[in-house]
Design a protein around this ligand. Structure first.
Ligand code: ZN
Length: 174
C-alpha cells in the first residue's frame, strides 16, 4: 500500500513524527496528519434453502483464482449489511437476506493495507447464479464437497459461522 509523500491539502513535503503514540506522517506547513484507518469490507457467508454454502472463485487480486466467500468494500453512506447484500447481488445476482452477524475482524492485506471485515450470515431463497467479471466461478456446495478455501480469514469466518455462540475475541493475530 502506498502512502502520501506530499500534503494533499497544501502540497508541502510531509515529515515523520510521533503523534498520539504512533509514528505518522504530518505536514509541517498546515499541520495535516496522515491518520491511516482501515478500509471496511463486508463478507457474505451465504447459504441456500438446502444449507449449502456459496463459494466463489476470484478473478482478481488479492487472492487471484482462490476460492472464497463473496464480499467487497462498503461504500460511504451505506449500512454494512446493505453493502454486504449489494456485493452479493453484484457478484452473483443473488438476492439475500441477512440472518445474523458472524463477526468483525481485522486483517492486513498487501494491496490495500488495513481492512476491517464485517461478516454476515446471509440466506437466499432462489439460488440461480449469474456471475460478474469479478468471478471465474461460483456455486452452492454441501460442506463435504466444497472446494478448498485457503484464505485464512475466510476459513475463520466459516468456522465462526458454524459455532452456536458468537466467536470470542481473539487475542493473538492469526
Ligand atoms: Zn499541508
Amino acid at each position: 500500500m502506498k502512502s502520501y509523500s506530499f500534503c494533499p491539502i497544501c502540497a508541502q513535503r510531509l515529515e515523520r513524527a510521533m503523534i498520539e503514540g504512533r509514528e505518522r506522517m504530518f505536514c509541517p506547513s498546515c499541520s495535516w496528519v496522515h491518520y491511516i484507518n482501515p478500509l471496511p469490507v463486508a463478507v457474505a457467508y451465504t447459504v441456500n434453502a438446502s444449507d449449502e454454502l456459496l463459494v466463489i472463485r476470484r478473478s482478481h487480486e488479492p487472492a487471484f483464482n482462490e476460492w472464497a466467500l463473496p464480499g467487497g468494500f462498503l461504500e460511504a453512506g451505506e449500512e454494512p449489511h446493505e453493502g454486504c447484500l449489494r456485493e452479493l447481488m453484484e457478484e452473483t445476482s443473488l438476492e439475500g437476506k441477512v440472518d445474523r452477524l458472524i463477526g468483525v475482524y481485522h486483517r492486513d492485506v498487501e494491496l490495500y493495507g488495513s481492512l476491517l471485515v464485517v461478516a454476515y450470515r446471509v440466506v437466499v431463497v432462489h439460488d440461480a447464479i449469474t456471475i460478474n467479471h469479478e468471478l471465474f466461478d461460483a456455486g452452492f456446495y454441501p460442506r463435504h464437497l466444497m472446494p478448498e478455501i485457503r484464505i485464512p480469514l475466510h476459513t475463520q469466518i466459516i468456522a465462526d459461522a458454524n459455532k452456536t455462540q458468537s466467536p470470542a475475541f481473539q487475542q493473538a493475530a492469526s
